[in-house]
Design a binder for this molecule. Structure first.
Ligand code: SF4
Length: 437
């Protein structure tokens, strides 16, 4: 019995898919990379981008063919789009056997049983399932042996007007520290060196408990013997406080890299997005980060062309990019996401104008990224060797999250090694290993 999982979307979805793979393997299924030979196909959907349902429906249209030679194969749809529009998807693709939402993943064994007995298994709960932490009983199955995602908080209490996550993932629910540490311990014993704490808003961790702070979690994870590196995504600028930044600076395991989404530079647009900070407040956080962690590499998300954004507003975003000098920027043209407060707002600029703004911004950032990369020329950096590519190069990332290709022996796989950078590219660095652990 084989399974195939197709994952759309963010790291949270990737981690959910790893969990579902763990459940399926516990049930005796083995993975396949060829969906045509799968007995169970799961499509883990995302609702963040425009028209996600079309992508999902076209994937399902393809996967449906599996039933020609394997009529008992089960096709399931889950994730954010399933949570928001699961019944609609089912109506459009009635051959689906299972549909379940983001908080029902732990019910997968029962749903699968139901589907296999020939019934339609559909479960999309509006309310959060109080038993969702039963999910902790199942292992995660990871592609990467040496780095691992660990979900620390689910959902989001913010109400950014363009975002569907509060609807699809529900209110913030932090996982108990003990459960998180048990998972980290297990991962380390399994060979993981780098722990990547994830959540829609990790910096809000513990607020729902009232007495636990995110920095306490960072300290606790760093104390687990064998954790060499810690990263976390995504932090919200409003919740990132000086105490957390100090702890980040003090803990040697916390990598000098942070993704801090700004979304827009103009205060007017930030307010329309309901982001909860001004440009000045955001830049104050950046200043603190650079003060305590001078070599920190920063990245951000930007939405170009939110309804009402004028050229002057856009220039405020450009100003922030120049001032912060991010290592990486993920920029997108605004597109309305059904079910969000901003979805009904009229677009105020032409698509051509928005494309031009986005291209100009991307080109500006390309130059900044390259300039930042040039600082690595002839420097010695530590990388965690995560894989060996087809050209027999060792592939890893610096603590600042730069992709590095290095000449060296395969015996370094899974190890932290020092690399001398000999060549700088726009999106990667190249060098040779000069020593390792
Ligand atoms: S902080 Fe805003 S953008 Fe991020 S998940 Fe929450 S509502 Fe969405």
């Amino acid at each position: 019995m084989k399974y195939y999982i197709k994952t759309f979307g963010c790291q949270m979805n990737v981690n959910d898919s790893e969990k579902m793979a763990g459940i399926l393997q516990t049930l005796g299924y083995t993975p396949t990379e060829n969906w045509e030979e799968a007995d169970v196909i799961l499509v883990n959907t995302c609702s963040v981008r425009e028209k996600p349902d079309q992508k999902v429906l076209s994937a399902l249209g393809e996967f449906k063919k599996v039933k020609k030679h394997n009529p008992n194969a089960v096709i399931g749809v889950c994730g954010c789009l399933a949570q928001r529009a699961g019944y609609e998807i089912y109506q459009k693709a009635p051959f689906i056997d299972m549909v379940f939402g983001t908080t029902n993943i732990h019910h997968l064994p029962n749903l699968l049983e139901e589907a296999k007995s020939g019934n339609k298994a559909i479960e999309i709960l509006e309310e959060i399932d109080e038993n969702e932490n039963l999910l902790d009983r199942f292992p995660t199955v990871r592609e990467n042996k040496y780095t691992a995602f660990v979900t620390v908080i689910r959902g989001c209490d913010k109400k950014c007007t363009y975002c569907i996550v509060p609807t699809t993932r529900g209110r913030e629910r932090s996982r108990r520290i003990g459960d998180i540490l048990r998972e980290v311990q297990y991962l380390v014993e399994d060979g993981v060196k780098e722990i990547h704490l994830i959540g829609q808003n990790v910096t809000a961790y513990g607020k729902d408990f009232g007495d636990v702070k995110f920095w306490e979690l960072l300290k606790a994870v760093a104390e687990v013997d064998g954790v060499e590196r810690i990263r976390f995504t995504t932090g919200h600028p409003k919740d990132l406080d000086e105490d957390t930044i100090k702890v980040m600076a003090d803990l040697p395991q916390v990598c000098e890299a942070l993704h801090l989404p700004i979304q827009a530079g103009s205060d007017r647009i930030l307010q329309a997005m309901d982001r909860g900070y001004t440009q000045k407040e955001y830049l104050q956080k950046i200043e603190l980060l650079k003060k305590y962690i001078p070599n920190i590499a920063l990245s951000t998300d930007i939405i170009v062309g939110f309804p009402g954004e004028t050229y002057e507003d856009y220039l405020e975003t450009v100003k922030v990019i120049k001032e912060v000098e991010y290592d990486q920027v993920f920029a997108f043209k605004y597109s309305p996401r059904p079910g969000t407060p901003a979805a009904d707002l009229p677009m105020t600029e032409s698509p051509e104008e928005l494309s031009k703004r986005l291209n100009d911004l991307i080109n500006l950032q390309k130059d900044i990224t390259f300039k930042k990369n040039l600082e690595y020329q002839d420097k010695i950096v530590e990388i965690l060797v995560e894989e060996i590519n087809q050209e027999n190069k060792l592939v890893g990332r610096t603590r600042t999250n730069k992709l590095v290709y290095a000449e060296g022996s395969p015996e370094y796989l899974g190890k932290l090694v020092d690399v001398k950078i000999e060549k700088v590219n726009r999106f990667s660095l190249e060098g040779s290993i000069i020593g390792g652990d």
